[in-house]
Design a protein around this ligand. Structure first.
Ligand code: HEM
Ligand code: FES
Length: 756
């Protein structure tokens, strides 16, 4: 069999059927073969090209000129003549609305209607979501058993959507009833008889939506999205037309309802099936925002989306002719190991979970994502606080057959009401935890660990051994990686220096810094064996390239920790390496005994008080083409940077102290940034970071240190005069002007253009 371009269709491609079995149960698993062998294929059963790898799916979302979204809502089942007639009787006139509009109309309208989705506006809806969720949990709390989908998850997002739009309370019940039919109309496979009934309901929905809109026009003040749109219409009558408003009203309800209901059902199922993860969240609710994000990645509610090519083009290595329809499978992209480490692990501490494509990407990326996140966080917070003992009932899950929306039709759970925590302690009802609106903050995803050992390694240096309190394995790490240790109000970064193959223990060595900001002193004074503390990571921004032949490792003081892990690794690989370790005196140099034992022949010690100072110019002058890795005080690293200025690629350093990152608005200037993928222009005020300004308009940029040290917040630069203030990029990389760190770097004056 051949595809439309004459290429042979493989056996797997011919067999692919998104309306059946494996794809409905687990789309990512059903397409594993494709990610591995045939990332772009023609599906004869669907008449679509199917795209399954992360980079390809993202690229298609990004380029909405070549890959038009105009078919995004095309009916999966063509309507019968009778159904068409029925809709006509109701003057049904649904137009294109944002998600399936082409440019330039789409962006004009998106910009005009965006305000209601800003973080400040969404704040106004949080108490309503909380109230609704509590009311629904109250209804089931003493029952001991519930189908969460039927009894709350289906209804709450719909009611939230109606509130978000500004629909008067008295009209909600009628709209709720009709809107469900719309979903079946677009995505389902109704039989010919059902089609007429569905068309009746959709027609009524259309008419009723029009009436409600008219009512809102009488008093369009307040926070609802449609009320805002009505106010905008007065200013931009050609952009926000009457018929557009009418269509948007219906489309808004649909966009916000099923997506969120399914996403929540998927999330609760996944977490309850992974009991240890559920228990971690019950114990530590600050994990909720990142857990929600990881569930959206692992088991999102929009499994695939559609685009049609406007020109002949390429996807990966495939030629795709103009007019081809594409099914871009975000559920598969989200499990692509080329982008996500261990993609099939559910890891609520994952630091790039927000990169998932469940909300799409680019100019059409879901406008409601922060409303959906808010709802999912509140649901999870209420459930884990009030029903931590809830368990999933063994059951067969069923899904409505369709290409795109995915969530179980029922989700049965059971618990013993006698054990409801609020019966013993009603005050838990008040112990609500609210989360900031927007992408999850990296600062929340911290795990609890037990300190199993505290060893005095040298004057003012202790070594901590950390274990999981339940004896579970800890995440894997590689030499150069660090963790954030959180004790009291202090968060400090420490490199790992134990054995990477020991999956049950992590080790860090900590110097008590007399002149520091107090964190290391606090840790030295308070941390004792048996205590639990919190940590984030491991993360590695100081990776060892194992491909070189020769290495020179240079450690100053406590900078020995990542360097020792590298030395261990190089020894295990049988590489040629030298290790230089300098310090004030032997008594201040941590881990000395072990280093001398394991690396004796390769080691040169430089204790200052013995007159054995490290002669850096001589060392660098004599080390030929060896790769140099160094960690230590800033003056050591700056000296090395100067000495290797002619060959910056050979030097690898890790800074632990940032330059000044506090903004002084009297000296800073504001600037504009054009975003090519999102098609927005963002103003960065003198007193805010670029990172903050991007997040305020809903562009999720991950961050970690927020001090210019780690590289997590890097974004691609297209053009502009960047004032680089980070410690990540080398001089040569700055000169290339292709990337920048948004947490600290700014513009020197003019506009910047970023590929975001
Ligand atoms: C668009 C997913 C919740 C409003 C989209 C798109 C996806 C999506 C995949 C298309 C993106 C693209 O083409 O790049 C989801 C998921 C949700 C969710 C998974 C819940 C977990 C919501 C909510 C609202 C909403 C609560 C609130 C009104 C919209 C709108 C668009 C959109 C207006 C069109 C944006 C445009 O084309 O410019 N959503 N959505 N969504 N979504 Fe959501
Ligand atoms: Fe670490 Fe910006 S978040 S460099």
């Amino acid at each position: 069999m051949q595809g439309p371009t004459g290429c042979p269709v493989s056996h797997n491609a011919a067999a692919f059927d998104p309306f059946e079995g494996p794809y409905q149960v687990d789309p990512a698993e059903a397409l594993r073969w494709s990610r591995e062998e045939e990332p772009v294929f023609w599906s004869p059963k669907l008449g679509y090209w199917v795209v399954t790898r992360y980079d390809d799916v993202k690229e298609i979302f990004r380029d909405n000129q070549t890959f038009s979204p105009s078919i995004a809502l095309e009916k999966i089942t063509p309507p019968s003549d009778e159904a068409v007639e029925t809709l006509k009787r109701y003057d049904y006139g649904m137009n294109r609305t944002l998600v399936n509009e082409d440019e330039p109309a789409h962006m004009e309208r998106r910009r005009a209607l965006m305000h209601s989705f800003t973080l400040e506006e969404l704040e106004h809806h949080a108490p309503m979501v909380r109230r609704l969720t509590r009311e629904y949990v109250d209804r089931i709390i003493d029952k001991g058993e519930a189908d969460l989908v039927d009894e709350m998850l289906w209804e709450i997002p719909l009611t939230v959507a109606l509130h978000f739009l500004g629909v008067p309370e008295e009209d909600m019940d009628t709209l709720r009833e009709y809107s469900i039919a719309h979903t079946v109309n677009t995505w389902g496979r109704p039989s010919p008889e059902e089609q007429v009934a569905v068309a009746e309901a959709v027609g009524k929905f259309w008419q009723y939506a029009g009436k409600v809109l008219e009512k809102m026009r009488q008093n369009p003040d307040g926070h609802g999205w449609m009320k805002y749109a009505i106010r905008r219409q007065a200013e931009l009558p050609d952009v926000v037309t009457d018929s557009y408003l009418h269509s948007m009203m219906m489309a808004g309800i649909v966009a916000a309802h099923e997506t969120t209901a399914h996403a929540t059902a998927n999330m609760l199922r996944l977490l309850l099936e992974n009991r240890a993860v559920w228990e971690d969240i019950c114990e530590n609710p600050s994990l909720i925002p990142n857990a929600v994000e990881e569930c959206l990645r692992y088991s999102g509610s929009v499994a695939a989306w559609r685009r049609i090519t406007v020109n002949d083009t390429q996807v990966g290595e495939h030629f795709i002719p103009a007019g081809s329809k594409l099914l871009i499978v975000s559920a598969s992209a989200n499990h692509d190991g080329r982008h996500f480490e261990n993609p099939d692990d559910l890891d609520i501490y994952r630091d790039n979970a927000t990169d998932h494509l469940t909300f799409g990407y680019g100019a059409h990326q879901c406008m409601g994502k922060n409303l959906a996140r808010m709802e999912m966080r509140i649901f999870l917070e209420e459930f884990t606080r009030r029903l931590p003992h809830m368990a999933i009932v063994p059951q067969e899950f069923t899904f409505v057959p369709n290409t795109s929306f995915r969530g179980p039709e029922h989700l049965w759970v059971r618990w013993d009401p006698a054990r409801n925590p609020e019966r013993a302690d009603p005050s838990i009802l008040e112990r609500v935890q609210d989360f900031e609106i927007g992408a999850p903050s990296k600062h929340d995803a911290a795990r609890t660990v037990r300190v199993s050992e505290v060893v005095q390694e040298a004057d003012d240096v202790i070594r901590l051994t950390l274990e999981d309190p339940r004896g579970r394995p800890l995440p894997r790490w590689s030499p150069g990686a660090h963790i954030d240790v959180i004790v009291g109000d202090y968060t400090r970064k420490y490199s790992l220096c134990g054995d990477p193959d020991d999956t049950h223990r992590l080790q860090v060595a900590i110097l008590k810094e007399a002149e520091g900001r107090g964190g290391s002193r606090f840790i030295h004074d308070t941390v004792k064996p048996g205590m639990t503390i919190r940590m984030r990571g491991p993360k590695n921004h100081f990776r060892l390239d194992e491909g070189a032949d020769r290495y020179v490792l240079i450690a100053g003081g406590i900078g020995i920790t990542p360097i020792l892990a590298m030395a261990d690794r190089l020894k295990a690989l049988g590489k040629d390496y030298q290790l230089h370790y300098s310090g004030r005196s032997r008594s201040t140099m941590g881990l000395l005994e072990r280093i001398e034992r394991d690396h004796g022949p390769r080691l040169t010690l430089h204790p200052g008080d013995e007159g054995k100072r490290l002669d850096l110019p001589a060392l660098i002058g004599s080390c030929g083409d060896a790769q140099v890795y160094s960690c230590g005080p800033e003056r050591l690293l700056s000296a090395l940077e100067e000495l290797t200025a002619h060959c910056p690629d050979r030097l690898h350093v890790e800074h632990f102290t940032a330059t000044e990152t506090t903004l002084d608005p009297t000296r800073e200037i504001g600037f504009d940034v054009d975003l090519t993928d999102t098609e927005l222009t963002v103003h960065v005020a003198p007193d805010e970071t670029l990172l903050h300004a991007l997040r305020a308009v809903g562009v999720d940029v991950p961050s970690d240190c927020e001090e210019g040290l780690c590289g997590t917040c890097e974004v691609p630069v297209v053009e502009g005069d960047v004032d680089h203030r980070d410690k990540v990029l080398t001089g040569a990389e700055r000169a290339e002007n292709t990337r920048m760190m948004t947490c600290c770097s700014r513009s020197r004056g003019g506009k910047l253009t970023l590929r975001l």
